[in-house]
Design a protein around this ligand. Structure first.
Ligand SMILES: NC(=O)c1ccc[n+]([C@@H]2O[C@H](COP(=O)([O-])OP(=O)(O)OC[C@H]3O[C@@H](n4cnc5c(N)ncnc54)[C@H](OP(=O)(O)O)[C@@H]3O)[C@@H](O)[C@H]2O)c1
Length: 323
């Protein structure tokens, strides 16, 4: 199971919003074939694993799979059918699939076909690796991360609209990785009007680019702006942030990264819609000309968030707070 987890992990940025899944076929303790879910919309791990096998299946072959095989028609046919058709007699599964379309049904179908099923092997590790996927199904809404860049005096930007980079180049590079992990990047009208950001994930490896969501009542957006390039963009005129997250969760998206100014960030925090807050903080002050991120000093504690990790990136500090 450790090996199956290991071969699934490199596809983190390409498989999303699907989970990372790895599968093996073994015989008498030897691994004969391996397969992973390499790409969103592509073949599932079990199918890739069967395709990599040269042996004829007999009673001594065992399939090992990190996640319960699917039993429904999605972008590909159900894996349970392929497993049953293969004639394999035993399967070891890491975790049950939390997706209600699958949960327990895959295992039942395999058992009904006379296959011996063992499950719960390294289930916590499978869950941890696929944190956003499990969160979404267990909490019935997407995981929300808020990312802010702040001055040392907790300011977001200049009141007079003059532009300034708050954090250093390596902090901004780190943000690209955070973007790449998420399924959606969400921002507000003022941020796009004032900063004209690109807000795509600029990393040096292939990824399934996050979709972009712009919350705004403005109808006549100039679609030639950089923000509207590089991935699918949705403009939503919806003030109720619960409805926004509900809508995105219904679209099979597991994680939302909010990268906005203080108004929208405050809205998500006040509504308890923040599972993780990432702060990149510079040692410089913005002073009187700066717009505050939070009203009052100890705002982060107020929202039930506590510090999970903190480290330096050149002259900045990156802190991660979680619920
Ligand atoms: N330091 C950082 O990390 C960082 C990151 C992003 C932005 N910023 C700065 O923040 C400034 C803008 O901040 P901001 O707080 O005025 O604007 P914002 O984050 O862009 O959000 C406010 C806008 O979002 C839209 N909106 C839709 N639903 C909303 C809701 N429920 N609550 C609040 N807004 C909603 C509205 O757009 P419409 O008016 O179009 O309807 C509203 O004007 C930018 O100039 C930028 O420099 C800083």
């Amino acid at each position: 199971m450790k090996r199956a987890l290991e071969i699934s992990a490199p596809y983190k940025y390409l498989a999303k919003p699907n989970p990372m899944v790895g599968a093996l076929i073994t015989k008498e303790g030897l691994i004969l074939a391996e397969g992973a879910h390499e790409k969103f919309g592509g073949a599932h791990a079990e199918v890739n694993c069967f395709n990599a096998l040269d042996d004829e299946i007999d009673d001594s072959h065992v399939m090992i799979c990190t996640l319960e095989p699917c039993n429904h028609y999605g972008k590909t046919p159900p894996c349970t059918e392929r497993i049953i058709d293969s004639g394999i007699k035993k399967i070891v599964i890491g975790s049950l699939d939390p997706n209600p379309k699958v949960a327990g049904k895959g295992i039942k179908k395999l058992q009904a076909a006379g296959i011996e099923v063992k499950h719960g092997v390294l289930a916590n590790e499978v869950k941890e690796l696929n944190k956003f996927f499990f969160f979404k199904h267990e909490n019935k809404r997407a995981y929300v991360t808020i990312k802010i860049a702040s001055s040392s005096d907790w300011k977001s930007h200049n009141k007079d609209g003059s532009s300034t980079w708050i954090t250093c180049e390596n902090s901004r590079k780190d943000v690209q990785l955070v973007r790449a992990e998420h399924d959606v990047i969400l921002t507000g009208g003022n941020t796009v009007r004032n900063d004209q950001p690109r807000m795509n994930a600029r990393v040096s490896f292939p990824i399934n680019q996050p979709k972009k969501v712009l919350l705004s009542a403005q109808k006549d957006w100039d679609r030639s702006l950089d923000f509207f390039k590089n991935s699918e963009v949705k403009v939503l005129d919806e003030k109720n942030l619960f409805k926004v997250i509900e809508k995105l969760s219904d679209e099979d998206l597991n994680s939302v990264l909010v990268e906005a100014g203080p108004k929208l960030v405050q809205g998500f925090l006040e509504n308890g819609l923040c599972d993780q807050l990432i702060v990149y903080q510079s040692p410089d002050k913005l002073g009187e000309n700066g717009v505050s991120w939070f009203e009052g000093g100890r705002a982060i504690d107020k929202y039930g968030l506590s510090l999970k990790s903190s480290f330096t990136i050149d002259r900045d500090k990156k802190s991660v707070f979680e619920k």
